[in-house]
Write a new protein. Structure first.
Length: 161
């Protein structure tokens, strides 16, 4: 192909179009490069200094109360065989319906959770009489958060697990 054949394509419109398109592509490239520049690095913020006053000496008030000589501890009489008491292990026995464990003794107190049939508890406090039932404070041996008051009528004594 000769150069003279290319002359017919090099018209004024083609040259102007080529210049316009070249300018547009150059502008788009510069814009894209500036768009993706990382943000300028700024100085990190300075730490704020907070002054905290130290402790002061406070005089102790005089006291005439002597310190206690011993701490009283609760003692429980040994239980007879087959008798519920503090330290005994019991299980829920309702025939499959479960037992409402409450936050305090009585039928009108709020329910903490449902004790399932055959679930084992340790008696930690009680007995208390309320609403015609004897109530014991029971705690599961494996999860101390499952604790509350249960009616003795729906508990049966089990051997120490």
């Amino acid at each position: 192909m000769k150069l003279s054949n290319l002359r017919r394509y090099a018209t004024r419109g083609v040259l102007i179009s080529a210049l316009v398109l070249g300018t547009l592509f150059t502008a788009a490239t510069v814009y894209a490069l500036l768009w993706y520049l990382p943000p300028s690095v700024s100085e990190p913020p300075l730490a704020a200094l907070t002054w905290i006053p130290g402790p002061t000496n406070t005089a102790r008030p005089p006291t005439d109360t002597p310190p206690p000589t011993s701490t009283p501890t609760a003692t429980y009489a040994p239980l007879a065989a087959g008798e519920m008491g503090v330290g005994s292990y019991v299980q829920v026995d309702t025939g499959g319906s479960g037992l409402n464990i409450r936050n305090a003794p009585g039928l009108n107190t709020s329910i903490e959770f449902l004790g399932f049939d055959a679930e084992v508890f340790e008696i930690r406090d009680g007995p208390r009489e309320a609403d015609g039932y004897t109530w014991w404070y029971v705690v599961t041996p494996v999860d101390s958060s499952r604790a509350g008051w249960a009616a003795a009528s729906f508990l049966s004594l089990v051997a120490n697990p």
